[in-house]
Structures are given as structure tokens and as C-alpha cells.
Design a protein around this ligand. Structure first.
Ligand SMILES: [Zn+2]
Length: 383
């Protein structure tokens, strides 16, 4: 049941239908009995004038101040928005809170409550068909949403957050908008990354546990450092349509060179790849790359060599340029070497500062790896 003082329009009139279409998805995600949601009902208020709702007895005086939306039990309130997508998004976001609080009996710590609400509210609504947990391929698919930009802008301004900082959000953090971006990013990465999604899924059964965070820590204890590093790489490369599968990193420490030489293969359609080669601090190396691979499809496929194609740039470098980084064997360092790639191109020589494994990738958007194909070969030589 939705009360509103916004003028009738097709987009407002269909909000209850959109909400109803999302409920079965949420029910499946949280593994709830169909019987539990069969006559489950939420009462909402979409408000232009809060005073009008207050005087009609539809906006309790004891609600805390909120910017966009709020929910309590099976009731929700939201302010009218200019973007039909974002209006619907907020309705679904508060709806997820209602499901968790009234049917699951809890929603875990702030990062999880808001991360799940964001994950399961980000949607596609087309011809009466609802998809939630939608990964927007581009900004135009979700006008007014802006979670990707919130993270990108924070990173550009030097306000990047570690995963630990996001997981530690307190109950007041989400009075600001930026934490919604970070919480969405955390839930989305954990939900989509091939190595983490199974474990992340287990958490949905534990939202009432006092020690929810302890459960999370135990589930991810064995590879927490890698998780923190994957997070850094994701945050630094975040784009609409980020390809979590292809950007997932198979961490593997390399072996020392035999006879001062080694070769490694680099797939064009993946993010960072371990080369299997270990480089030693204080030694100089020559790296050479060769091969021809596809860096974009389109009417005519774009081919590139490790020098890159100057017809198109990504993050200031020609598309397809071979990049490298040395990931230290000593993991005390918390900032990942993979977020500051160096240019290999066709050839480079460099002095290794810290012993570690050579990682390689080609320069391309993390959202545009699927239309790449082929591989390159990198020859490593001690000088
Ligand atoms: Zn919320």
C-alpha cells in the first residue's frame, strides 16, 4: 500500500507492481518460505510534503530525520525524487530493510544492512519484468543512482576506503550518501567474486547473530589479506559494468628465474595475472612483450600489440598497452602494488626494488574485458 501526494503518472502508479515483482527475488535470496511472503504487506509513503503526511497521521513524530528514505518494521517513507529510476530504487532499498527486519528478524551490521539493501535494490525494470542485484552496464541504465561515481570521486579525491573501514561503519555513517556507494561496492564484490560469493551467501542466515562480524571474520580468515587486496584493485578500477569474474586475481607466488630467463603468457581478456616469475630486489631486468590480441569488438575488431593502440586511451594510456607490477613476497605492506601499474609496452628495463612476483595485464577498462581475446608473451631476462 503506497500513499503519495505526488501527482499521478505512469511511473508512480506502477511502483506497487514494481515492488511486488521484487519480493519473490528477495524471498529467494533470503531462502524464505513462499508462505511467509504470501500475505506479507508493506505500507509506504512517497512524500512531496512531509507536513501533509505528518498532519494526516502517516508520518510518526518519533522518526529520526532522514535524507531520502527510512523504514521501520513493515512501514517505509521516502521523499519524492526527480529520477524515476532512483525513486523506485529507494522504494526497493527500504523494502529490503523491511524484509530483513520483519521476516528475517534482523539485518546485521550497518555495512551489511545497507550493502544488501543497495545490492538488492539496484535493478532493471523493463516491460513489467524485474531484475534485482543488477550490475548497471552504464550510467544511463540507472539515472540518479550514482553509486559507482561516489566511489570513483572519493578515490580521485584521495578518500579511498579500505574494506576494513567499510566493514566497521557505525550506525550513523549512512546519514551521508557516500557510505551507500562503499556499502554497495562491498556487497557487490562479495556477491559476484567467484572466490567469495559462496561464503558471502552463508551470511544471510546469520543476520540475527550478535557476533555477525565474528562470523564474517571466521569465514574469510584464511584469505583475508587477498580479499583486502582484491578490494583495493576493484576500488581503483571501478567502472559501470565492472567484470568481477575476469578481474578476479589468482594470486600465486612466482619461482626464481632459471638461467636468468623466463617467459609468461598474458591473456587479453583478464585483469591482473600472476606470471609465475619471481624477481629479486636489487637486480635489473629486461622485460619484452610480443603478440597480437583483440582489445575491442565492434563492427571491426580492434587488434593491439603490447605497445597499445593510440586510437583510444584508457586512464591516460593507449588501450592494449602491456602493464606490469611486482607484488612483494613480503606481505607486510598494506597498499597493493597492483593499484599502481607500470608500463611495460614492447620493452622496458627496470631495477627491482622489492622481491616479489611479476604480475601482468593489458591496459583496458575492467568493464570491457569480455570483448577481448588472444594473448601476449612476456620474456623476462636478468641483466
Ligand atoms: Zn538503508
Amino acid at each position: 500500500v503506497l500513499y503519495t501526494d505526488a501527482p499521478a503518472s505512469a511511473e508512480i502508479d506502477e511502483l506497487p507492481a514494481a515492488f511486488d515483482a521484487a519480493v519473490p527475488h528477495w524471498r529467494r535470496y533470503f531462502a524464505l518460505d513462499a508462505a511467509k511472503t504470501a500475505d506479507w504487506q508493506v505500507t509506504g509513503a512517497l512524500m512531496v510534503s512531509a507536513e501533509r503526511f505528518a498532519s494526516a497521521g502517516l508520518l510518526p513524530g518519533d522518526l529520526p530525520a532522514f535524507k531520502n528514505g527510512y523504514s521501520r518494521g513493515r512501514k517505509l517513507w521516502l521523499y519524492e525524487q526527480t529520477s524515476p529510476y532512483y525513486r523506485r530504487h529507494l522504494l526497493l532499498h527500504e523494502g529490503v530493510h523491511c524484509v530483513m527486519n520483519s521476516l528475517l528478524g534482523g539485518s546485521g551490521p550497518p555495512w551489511y544492512a545497507e550493502g544488501m539493501a543497495e545490492l538488492l535494490a539496484t535493478h532493471q525494470w523493463e516491460n513489467g519484468k524485474m531484475t534485482v542485484g543488477f550490475l548497471p552496464p552504464r550510467r544511463e541504465a540507472v539515472p540518479g543512482w550514482g553509486r559507482v561515481e561516489l566511489v570513483q570521486l572519493a578515490v580521485a579525491a584521495g578518500r579511498s576506503k579500505s574494506l576494513a573501514e567499510v566493514l566497521a561503519y557505525d550506525a550513523r555513517a549512512h546519514r551521508e550518501t557516500e557510505p551507500y556507494g562503499w556499502s554497495w561496492a562491498a556487497a557487490t564484490m562479495l556477491q559476484r567474486h567467484p572466490r567469495y560469493r559462496g561464503r558471502f551467501g552463508q551470511l544471510r542466515a546469520h543476520v540475527r547473530d550478535v557476533d555477525f562480524q565474528g562470523r564474517f571474520d571466521a569465514l574469510f580468515a584464511k584469505d583475508r589479506r587477498e580479499l583486502a587486496e582484491e578490494w583495493q584493485v576493484m576500488v581503483a578500477n571501478l567502472e559501470y559494468g565492472y567484470d568481477f569474474e575476469r578481474m578476479a586475481i589468482e594470486f600465486a607466488d612466482g619461482k626464481p628465474l632459471t638461467a636468468g630467463k623466463a617467459t609468461a603468457q598474458v591473456k587479453a581478456d583478464r585483469g591482473w595475472q600472476a606470471s609465475g616469475v619471481r624477481l629479486e630486489a636489487g637486480k635489473s631486468y629486461r622485460l619484452r612483450a610480443a603478440g597480437r590480441y583483440q582489445v575491442a569488438a565492434g563492427p571491426k575488431p580492434w587488434m593491439s600489440e603490447p605497445g597499445g593502440v593510440t586510437l583510444r586511451y584508457y586512464r591516460g594510456r593507449p588501450l592494449g598497452t602491456m602493464l606490469f607490477a611486482v607484488r612483494p613476497t613480503d606481505r607486510k605492506q598494506t597498499a597493493s602494488a597492483l593499484v599502481r601499474p607500470l608500463v611495460l609496452g614492447l620493452e622496458t628495463t627496470f631495477k627491482c626494488e622489492q622481491t616479489g612476483t611479476l604480475y601482468l595485464r593489458i591496459n583496458d577498462s575492467a568493464a570491457e574485458l569480455a570483448d577481448n581475446s588472444g594473448q601476449a608473451e612476456v620474456m623476462v631476462e636478468e641483466r
